[in-house]
Design a protein around this ligand. Sequence first.
Ligand SMILES: [Zn+2]
Length: 399
Amino acid sequence: MTWTGGELNFRLDPEDEITGRASDEHPIRLATNSCSIGGVPDDAHPDLFAVAAWTIVAPWTRKQVSFDRAISAEVAQTLHDGWGVEAGPVAAEPRGPGATLAISYSGGADSVAAATVYPDAPFVHFQRVTHPRVPNRWPHYRSDVLAKLAAKTGRELTVVTSDLEYTLSDPRPGYPEHHAVAAGALLLADRLNLGGLGFGYEIGSRWLGGGRYLGRYTPDNPMWSPHGRWGRLFAAVGVHLVLPVGGVSEAVTMRLALSSPLKDQVRWCLRGTGGPCRTCGKCLYKELIQAAVERRPLNTPITADQPAARKWRKKPPYGGQEMIEYGLARIPGIEDTLFAKALEYFDATEESTSWLDHCYPKALAEIPDQWRDQAVAFMTENVGIMTEAEVRRVETWGS
Ligand SMILES: [Zn+2]
């Protein structure tokens, strides 16, 4: 593969396939073999170029990958151990970690909560732009609105523009790997002196198997655990994965975000320009959480017969099921809403879901030393650490 400035071109080998699988096992189809990343320097460490590229090409690569500039033996070894691929050429010295923790900032509630833990951390914001050769059939996705909101936070901000999501044709444009959101931050790592990159992944994504492992405790999550293949790869280029809110639920991130100095910039919906659209599935899920946190009735224009409500007429398991239980247990009048059917499947009570109001301590333990104390202090003061019994609820989740 070849980088020309921030433009990446890659060619598949004969054994590679255009239908690949990301680390969450989601099948994805390749649409085009080029993309570009704007707002990044062209003189980053070669390992940073390699890992940035790997976040884009990993799903389609089977046996080997050759980069246009030599990488370190450490990165080659990590790619071999994690993915079974031979990577080269090898000749570079590894990159040492920098001193700064930046937040990969999306503007959603989880991301805002992560940012609130580290009030001095700079932001890197990924902004989707159109691809020169792939038609944009998703004009309702208002990435420009999110970028403008990020600029209003008052934080030191670097916006990375990229069309890399259009390398996917199916199911829709998106990150080939979740980690591709960090491709620009990786290329900026030398310039920003990065030693860590913080993400808004919460306890559901990190520990409860959100997505792929629907409903199972996942200490060895391959995407977000520090000892997983991605955690090791990012560490090998001196940019540790950091999950400031990895120990708390979306109820807690919602509460933290809505009481944060950044609360006016929170936006989880990618439709709507003047505010969330209120009619998409994501808005409905977030409304469930917000209503539960605010202990008020559900406020949504969506009715039970609409497509956005369809999944709630089916049986569980659901993605984010812990939050569904939390909402069902707390929202006054939930039995008269489109969640009435889902209510039949659970015996959730405030007591049975109260562990979701506290922080799972192992999530704090895996934050690198230099940033851990601040997260521990924040969670102790603003959230509270789980009791032994609550920890058991996490570790027996789904069993
Ligand atoms: Zn929406």
